[in-house]
Ligand binder design. Structure first.
Ligand code: SFD
Ligand code: AMP
Length: 630
């Protein structure tokens, strides 16, 4: 076996991940842990300053409720979220995050994040729930607060967390390895807070060749959260819900600022606005087809109908939107010139703040947004619990927001704890509570961390880690290095080998299966029982071959495990789409054999992998609303 030192770290609360949710968790956990004399440790696969989805920064904070200012009520937000996900929402979780999110935003501002202000000193809104920020350094600012709260001696960077350590049905820590030195890490903990983000590159991306790594969501988030909770035996929810973002084509610049702040239209190749010409289609998806704003998946669907009819390309009418806003200044030439300059600057900054590659692509292709429209397209599917997707672990809600009907189903002791005792989840890691975005993920991290500390206090027993289990995990995790060392010399081309498969090739195989059989870009987001069953067969062969993954170095070892994690996310997805025998989210995926929404499927499709038997157990769970609590 490869020569690796084993390092053990014993702690009370272990936070895995260093993104928005983990940074929120760190700040809150540090506060409560100090009071209780407990230790908190955080592990990130990268460097916290720029890790996770907010690495490049963001140009908006997408969840701000404005509760204190009376701008909106909790009920307003919950209604919005429920409608946007076609009814499938855990209102208790959404409300719990929504009632705390504003304070996270106020903390960001206190820590130095510039939020746009109007003449009266109020926040500038992009839309009803979204605030404009100068957010290039957003993550650095949020990470700095987390690092200060926790102390750098309690933070481990560039350690890839691979597996949970289980003792019977209890999680007692996590193992991982350094991506810089030959060290295998064993973290023993009383509670683990999972915040390792969502999953990107499970499906074949539109990008190819030189552009391959380009995606909307961060390619380094590989499904570690879903894998961790699945392998621990936790119940998962909404695994069938993927998010298909509409983005500026080829560099994935977000569209929110254009639609909401600049009030832009999108039109097809014939200059038709699909939101108007396809309006009739919305009738088929009532009641959600009738709500305002039109749910994200239905907006996608109307656009896709045009694309499928050959009416593309689809364009964001940037030139029209900018000129419409500036038109109010036409009488005053100097004012008009100034306004046009201001709008041009805002348009570029939107991308420079969060998707720099889109600004580079615009520059490279001589785009002046005030003069010419830009192409947009539906991107490949992503698995995220924080933006407009809902996949993640099934977690307990808070006690005070339960009704008599919801309490037995949605509450089991500690808010945002998974069904495995001691595992807490936040951000992309927790499911059925969409529209958290960066701020809500931070807030959920804080909520979950406070509860996790309470759990540590209530369960003071030291984590019982079986040394034999750790040795087995170590051997299994390092195996790809051994396979490469043993066999690479026996072939003239180390990439093509009868004895092993390298992680990049493995990823291509996974992506091809998902793309063609599970409704990716190539299949125009359509699938069916027969397609999914064929996909499942191919996934099982892939799983067999995962035993033969080979790694030349530490970096590739990480790539091996990232792709195993993606494969588990893929399997949970395919199994759950199969289980839900209806189409609820056209525009995210369309099941051609069950093309309509069904009343008896106003329910969660949950799924659990049984660590003892290896069985996957799907389960229908009722959707229950908490109206009288809001
Ligand atoms: O415009 C391991 N998001 C937006 N949110 C907003 O509020 N406003 C926006 O403007 C947003 N937009 C946007 C967004 C994201 C991206 C990529 C773009 C644009 C281009 C969404 C938010 O960023 C998102 O909701 C939150 O960041 C989610 O938080 P969290 O904590 O669930 O995930 P993370 O921040 O990605 O952090 C994950 C962490 O886990 C680490 N990690 N660590 C150890 N071991 C492993 N195996 C690990 N695997 C991962 C990561 O390093 C990271 O630290 S817009 O499109 O709407
Ligand atoms: P995006 O840039 O697509 O991630 O969107 C950012 C925010 O704006 C999210 O809260 C979206 O739900 C919202 N949004 C984007 N486009 C629209 C639209 N056409 N109508 C309503 N909300 C939108």
């Amino acid at each position: 076996m490869a020569n690796f030192e084993t390092r053990e770290v014993t702690t009370d609360l272990l936070i895995v991940g260093g993104g928005m949710a983990a940074c929120g968790a760190a700040v809150e956990a540090a506060y409560w842990a100090k009071k209780k004399g407990l230790k908190v440790t955080l592990v990130d696969k990268a460097a916290m300053d720029r890790s996770g989805a907010v690495a490049m920064g963001l140009s908006a904070i997408n969840q701000y409720v404005g509760l204190k200012d009376g701008q909106n009520t909790l009920k307003d937000y919950v209604d919005y979220v429920r409608n946007d996900l076609m009814g499938i929402t855990r209102e208790d979780l959404v409300a719990n995050i929504a009632r705390h999110v504003d304070s996270s935003v106020h903390l960001f501002e206190k820590w130095g994040l510039p939020i746009w202000k109007d003449e009266k000193g109020g926040y500038v809104h992009e839309g009803r729930w979204q605030l404009m920020i100068n957010g290039e350094s957003y993550k650095v600012i949020v990470a700095e607060a987390a690092k200060t709260a926790l102390g750098t001696e309690n933070i481990y960077e560039r350690i890839f967390i691979t597996e949970p350590i289980m003792n019977d049905d209890k999680c007692v820590g996590a193992v991982g390895f350094s991506v810089r030195e030959n060290v295998f890490y064993v973290f023993k903990a009383k509670a683990v807070l999972v915040a390792m983000g969502g999953a990107v590159h499970v499906f074949k991306p539109r990008s190819s060749g030189e552009g391959l790594g380009r995606a909307w969501y961060p390619p380094w988030n590989s499904g570690s959260s879903a894998y961790f909770t699945l392998k621990a035996g936790a119940e998962m929810t909404c695994q069938e819900v993927r998010f298909i973002p509409v983005r500026f084509k080829d560099a994935y610049g977000p569209v929110g600022a254009w639609f909401l702040l600049f009030k832009s239209r999108a039109t097809n190749g014939m200059d038709e606005n699909y939101m108007e010409t396809r309006k009739g289609e919305l009738e088929k998806w009532v009641p959600y087809g009738k709500v305002k704003p039109v749910p994200a998946n239905l907006r996608n669907w109307l656009m896709l109908l045009d694309v499928m009819d050959g009416k593309g390309p689809i364009f964001m009418r940037t030139e029209e939107a900018i000129n419409n806003i500036a038109a109010a200044y036409k009488e005053d030439p100097a004012g008009y010139k100034k306004k046009m300059k201001e709008l041009e600057t805002e348009a570029w900054e939107d991308f420079l703040d969060m998707t720099i590659s889109q600004a580079i692509l615009w520059a490279a292709t001589n785009v002046a947004p005030e003069e010419a429209k830009s192409e947009i397209a539906a991107a490949e599917p992503y698995f995220i619990g924080s933006h407009s997707g809902a996949s993640g672990a099934w977690v307990s809600g808070p006690e005070d927001l339960q009704t008599d009907a919801t309490k037995p189903v949605y509450f089991w002791g500690y808010a945002h704890m998974a069904t495995v005792p001691g595992i807490f989840c936040a951000g992309d890691a927790s499911g059925a509570s969409i529209h958290k975005f960066s701020s809500g993920s931070h807030a959920e991290g804080r909520i979950a961390a406070k509860e996790a500390i309470r759990y540590c206090v209530d369960h003071p027993e030291a984590p019982a880690v079986d040394a034999k289990v750790v040795e087995e995990l170590k051997a299994r995790i390092l195996k790809p290095l051994d396979i490469f060392a043993q066999h690479s010399k026996y072939s003239s081309d180390p990439d093509i080998h009868p004895e092993y498969i390298r992680p990049k090739m493995f990823m291509f195989r996974l992506q091809k299966i998902m793309d063609e059989y599970a409704g990716g870009v190539t299949a125009q987001f359509k699938t069916s029982k027969a397609q999914l069953q064929k996909g499942m067969t191919l996934l099982q062969f892939l799983k067999e071959d995962s035993e033969k993954l080979a790694a030349e170095d530490l970096h590739e070892l990480m790539r091996c495990w990232e792709n195993v994690q993606r494969m588990w996310q893929a399997e949970a997805h395919v199994r759950t789409i199969l289980f839900r025998e209806e189409t609820r989210w056209p525009g995210y995926y369309f099941r051609t054999d069950t093309p309509t929404m069904k009343e008896d499927w106003l329910a969660f499709a949950n799924i659990t992998w049984n660590p003892k038997t290896g069985e996957w157990i799907p389960k229908k769970v009722p959707v229950l609303y908490i109206n009288d609590k809001l």
